[in-house]
Structure formats: structure tokens, C-alpha cells
Design a protein around this ligand. Structure first.
Ligand code: AMP
Length: 396
């Protein structure tokens, strides 16, 4: 039977999910963590609750994939490698070139490499992984599924920064956004729940996880999104600052005695957001626990909710209306208080949450009251399934 593997490679990790297609059944999934470090962790979950785990040094992605393919056979998850007829690779930066998921041949792979400028930690690892697949599974179709593709439909009004236009013309300096696969998946599902052709819908999708972004989806197309040139912009995130006034950077560098802007950007990426405000943790569950005693943890939660609400409000203005608001990803799917606090600030705009329905985690649910003008949905995201579907569509 044909299998498709959805692969999500980070700089030191490799997450994957193996599907039997076209039935869309997950037959195994796993993660390799700490690649290139001591004591890498290699895990596979399969069958009915079986788990395989190994802790040993895994020096690079090639070794990790070798091990993975070997274990899939040893654990009888597949009989032979040729069963894996498709591999979908999540790629962070697709620039303006990759507008849709694309079969990766040598020319496309070179472009993925060239786009490393936009995602220096991710694109090189993703290109490496594709090369390893080409080598170890020469008959398998490799497809790139880009985080940015869904947002290539944004109009210039929304993707341009108010900078000298020449910087866009000469250097492609613009907003690209991210999380596109997730926004595409949940917006398509929301249109189904609305029972309307997606072309006739206005949907705001809130992907609220450790990384977080909000997208205005008008007629099935992303027309604006909160992340920017990189995933640092927009909402308050686990460790990322989201939007700030750039003039604060030289001011703080001076105060902190920093001379390299990269150190400052590193603080914005890794030491800010929920972690930076609370001083406790980047993880929303920890903040919820700490907030009873620690006012800064409570403040971090309030700031997070405020930014989500502001972006929703501004995207209602961008689209001149909204039919549905979708919550997804770790915080969006699990944090009922956050959803209530956000929506309760938007009642004037026609939103109304049903408290009894909102008391739910991770299950597709209509959260709004019967008579609310705007539907509010919880829709669990499934980027891996979207990746597998894109591969399947290109196999034909
Ligand atoms: P993700 O990046 O999508 O895996 O989401 C991770 C975020 O979801 C972290 O901030 C978690 O604390 C948060 N999260 C997971 N479960 C819950 C929960 N039950 N309540 C609140 N936040 C949660």
C-alpha cells in the first residue's frame, strides 16, 4: 500500500508522521531530538499504543533518517522502503517563488538553498533532509510544502512595509508570514462548518501555540497575517516579542552594552514574549499555574490576550466584516479562559461565546452562541495531514 511521510525538519530535530494514503490513516509517527548533540532522543509511536525509544548520539540528519528507515522495517511498520512513495517536507521560507506546494527537483532544491537568507536556521536543514531522501529513497516523490505559500496571495497594500519601496524592489524586503499550512487547513475546515463556498467567506484564523500568528482569510485567500519578514513579528509569543518599535533596539543595546544587533535580535527571539514578561516560563500552562501568586505571570497572559484581540479587531476592519473566528494550536485549542477573555472583548462586533460549549479542549467545536453574528470555532490544526494531502495531489 502507498505510504506518504510528512517531514518537519528543524535545525536539531526531525518530526515525522507516516500515512497510509489515500485513506489518510496515520500508521506511525515520531521525533528525533537533539540531532548533533549528545544523547539524541529517537522515538517512534506506532500500532495500538506501542512506543520505541532510543537515546544515543545522532550526529546529523542523514544518520537520523537512516535510523528511521531501518526501524520502520525492523518494527514491521513497513515491509520495504519502496512502499514510501511520497515525502512531504515542511519548508519555512518559500519567498515569493513558491506559491503552492511543489515537487522538489534539483532546480527547486537550489532555490530552497538560496532562500536560506530568509530562514537561516531552517531552510538549510530542510534542504539537507530532502537530499538524504533523494539518496536513500530515489524513487520517492519529494514535495516541498512551504509555510509562506498560503500568504503569497497577500496584496501589496498588506505585504509592503512603509519603507523606501526600493528595498522591496532590490532586496525583496517585505512581509512573508508563516504557519501558512495551518491557516490554510483550519480556514478550509471553517468554510465547511459554515456550510458556504470558501470564496464567499471571511475568516480570521488564530494559530496560537508557542509560535503564534493570526491571518485574515478573505474568500479562501490570505490577505494579511501577523507575522512579518520573519516569524518574530505580530503577537506576543512564547519567547518572541512580536511587534515593537524598532527604535527601542539601539536604545536597549546602548543600555545593555551590546554591540552586535544579532545579540539584540536573539533576545527578541529567545528571551522575550511570555517568558520575558513573566520571568517564569514561555509555556502557557506554567503561567496559568503561576498566575495566582505571581502578578507578572498574570500580566503576561493579559498582554497575550490583548494582542490576539487587537489583531482580530484590525482584521475585521481589513476585511470589512467576518463570518468566523477560528482558534487552533496548543493555546488556542486548550485554553478556554483565553478564548473567553478574547471573545468577550469583541461583543460589540457581533461575537458572543457560549460558556458551556467553550469548556472544551482539542475537539472541533462551535463555541459561539446560537444567535451570535460571528461564528467562533475551535478547530484542531493538522499540518501533517495537509502536507500528506498535498503530496497525494501531486502524485497524480
Ligand atoms: P504548540 O506550539 O501548538 O504545541 O503550543 C504550545 C503551547 O500550548 C504552550 O504554551 C502550552 O502551554 C500551550 N498549552 C498546551 N496545553 C494547554 C492547556 N491545557 N492550557 C493552556 N495552554 C496549553
Amino acid at each position: 500500500m502507498a505510504k506518504t511521510i510528512a517531514v518537519n525538519a528543524g535545525s536539531s530535530s526531525l518530526k515525522w508522521q507516516l500515512y497510509s494514503m489515500p485513506e489518510e490513516v496515520v500508521i506511525a509517527k515520531g521525533i528525533v531530538e537533539r540531532i548533533g548533540l549528545n544523547d539524541s532522543i529517537f522515538t517512534i509511536k506506532y500500532g495500538d499504543g506501542q512506543k520505541f525509544e532510543l537515546v544515543q548520539d545522532i550526529e546529523n540528519h542523514e544518520v537520523a533518517i537512516h535510523m528511521l528507515l531501518e526501524q520502520l522495517i525492523k518494527l514491521n511498520i513497513i515491509d520495504k522502503l519502496e512502499e514510501i512513495t511520497g515525502a512531504g517536507h515542511r519548508i519555512v521560507a518559500g519567498g515569493e517563488h513558491f506559491k503552492v506546494s511543489t515537487i522538489i527537483d534539483d532546480a527547486a532544491l537550489k532555490l530552497v538553498d538560496d532562500l536560506a537568507e530568509f530562514a537561516p536556521l531552517h531552510n538549510p536543514a530542510e534542504a539537507t533532509v530532502i537530499r538524504v531522501f533523494q539518496k536513500l529513497l530515489p524513487e520517492t516523490l519529494n514535495v516541498g510544502v512551504f509555510d509562506t505559500s498560503f500568504h503569497t496571495s497577500m496584496p501589496a497594500v498588506n505585504y509592503l512595509y512603509s519603507l523606501p519601496k526600493q528595498y522591496y524592489n532590490d532586496f525583496a524586503a517585505r512581509k512573508y508570514g508563516a504557519h501558512g499550512t495551518s491557516h490554510r487547513y483550519v480556514s478550509e475546515r471553517a468554510a465547511e462548518l459554515l456550510g458556504k463556498p470558501i470564496e464567499e467567506t471571511k475568516i480570521i484564523t488564530c494559530h496560537l501555540g508557542n509560535g503564534a500568528s493570526i491571518t485574515a482569510v478573505d474568500g479562501g485567500k490570505s490577505i494579511d497575517t501577523s507575522m512579518g519578514f520573519t516569524p518574530l513579528a505580530g503577537l506576543t509569543m512564547g519567547t518572541r516579542s512580536g511587534d515593537i518599535d524598532p527604535s527601542i533596539l539601539p536604545y536597549l543595546m546602548d543600555k545593555l552594552g551590546l554591540t552586535d544587533i544579532k545579540d539584540m535580535i536573539n533576545i527578541l527571539n529567545k528571551e522575550s514574549g511570555l517568558l520575558g514578561i513573566s520571568g517564569v516560563s514561555s509555556d502557557m500552562r506554567d503561567l496559568l499555574e503561576a498566575s495566582e501568586e505571581n502578578p507578572d505571570a498574570g500580566l503576561a497572559i493579559e498582554i497575550f490576550e490583548d494582542r490576539v484581540r487587537k489583531y482580530i479587531g484590525s482584521y475585521i476592519a481589513t476585511m470589512n466584516g467576518v463570518d468566523a473566528i477560528v482558534f487552533t494550536a496548543g493555546i488556542g485549542e486548550n485554553d478556554a479562559d483565553m478564548r473567553r477573555n478574547v471573545i468577550n472583548g469583541l461583543t460589540w462586533l457581533g461575537c458572543d461565546i457560549d460558556e458551556s460549549k467553550n469548556n472544551v479542549r482539542g475537539e472541533e467545536t462551535v463555541l459561539s452562541t446560537e444567535n451570535a453574528k460571528v461564528k467562533v470555532f475551535l478547530i484542531p490544526t493538522d499540518e501533517e495531514l495537509m502536507i500528506a494531502r498535498d503530496v497525494e495531489a501531486l502524485k497524480k
